[in-house]
Write a protein that binds this ligand. Structure first.
Ligand code: ADP
Ligand code: MG
Length: 330
């Protein structure tokens, strides 16, 4: 009888614990972008404690990788371009190594050394006309992931030419989301979603047991969601030209630049990539944008566990082979 009672009590407590779970969310600006962090927790207080841990982790990563922060390892590498190799943490070394890996599979469409082009194209409303072809040609001189010298044993990074520069604008948010998730998983947070302005990663389920759903923005009207998809233990990232772009003589130029030519990419309005981690999604979404629709979809079809949905300039939807198109035609 006693045994039965304690068994019943356990069931009761278990059921109660499930019932008591809540989703706790916080929106804030980190890494210059809007983050929304949601966790499943026993109560609000615990939820906010966990969210604070995630925030500290994202701030730590920003301090490490930001090319705007003079004190970051990235800035140190950039300051020493053409001068000397810089010893960096294993963490940054690994991130750079993986970024170069993406450059290799995308034939340089994705390139963390694109950053020296930044001085030519300004997406803050300052520009009133196209830069000259000479300035554009000049701007790509310093670009080239192949020139970056890595020394695994010494953990050093060397940019061999003065003026070379690296930056993580195209995958940093994804990386931060991955790390924040990993930290919360290690603290036994059973479910959550780290959303960096649409680049996001999920684990577990909502407190109710329902799947996390992700809305893909309609590039024709960014206030509208164009399709809702379940995202289970995985990540999504979107690169779109609806947020930052330039208009010259009615032509739209995106903020994603082909590092090989120095010109902004054209042809795609948005590319959404699905994969296991957000860093990869983020980098590949940018890469697909540069590669163009056919080459982009072709690349994604060759990668295991990676899918893409893109919308071209004629509002046509293209997908990789693992995506059922009718999801998007509703
Ligand atoms: P967002 O989500 O802010 O639109 P993306 O992930 O699409 O960002 O990356 C765009 C940013 O990446 C640009 O603002 C720039 O900093 C950087 N970038 C632009 N072109 C490239 C490129 N070809 N390779 C790597 N990074 C790039
Ligand atoms: Mg990206």
């Amino acid at each position: 009888m006693k045994i039965l009672l304690s068994a019943l009590l356990m069931v009761f407590f278990h059921a109660k614990a499930q019932e008591d779970l809540v989703n706790v969310s916080q929106v804030l600006k980190l890494m210059g972008t809007r983050f929304e962090i949601t966790v499943v927790a026993q109560n609000e207080e615990i939820g906010y404690i966990n969210i604070n841990e995630a925030i500290s982790e994202i701030k730590r990563i920003e301090k490490l990788i930001s090319s705007w922060d003079e004190g970051s390892e990235t800035s140190k590498i950039n300051r020493n371009a053409g001068i000397r190799p810089v010893v960096v943490s294993r963490e940054l070394f690994g991130l750079i190594q993986r970024a170069i890996g993406i450059s290799k599979i995308t034939d340089g469409a994705f390139d963390i050394s694109y950053a020296s082009i930044d001085s030519v194209w300004k997406f803050n409303g300052e520009m009133t006309k196209m830069p000259s072809p000479e300035a554009i040609r000049e701007s790509v001189q310093k670009v080239g992931y192949g020139k970056i010298v890595l020394d695994q044993t010494k953990s050093t990074v060397f940019l061999p030419e003065k003026g070379m520069k690296i930056a993580f604008g195209a995958l940093g948010k994804g990386y931060a989301a991955d790390r924040a998730k990993a930290l919360l998983v290690s603290k036994e947070v059973i479910g959550g979603i780290i959303n960096a302005s649409g680049d996001l990663t999920t684990w577990g389920t909502k407190y109710s047991g329902e799947k996390w759903m992700v809305g893909i923005t309609n590039p024709l009207d960014k206030t509208k969601v164009f399709s809702w998809l379940p995202v289970i233990e995985s990540a999504v990232a979107t690169s779109g030209n609806y947020e930052k772009f330039l208009l010259f003589k009615g032509q739209k130029y995106s903020h994603i630049i082909d590092p090989r030519t120095g010109y902004p990419t054209q042809g795609i309005q948005s590319a959404t990539v699905f994969a296991k981690n957000a860093e990869l999604c983020d980098a590949l979404a940018t890469a697909v944008f540069v590669m163009g629709k056919d080459a982009g979809v072709h690349l994604i079809n060759q990668l295991d566990g990676v899918e893409v949905v893109l919308i071209d300039d004629d509002n046509k939807i293209l997908t990789s082979s693992g995506i059922l198109l009718d999801t998007f035609e509703k």
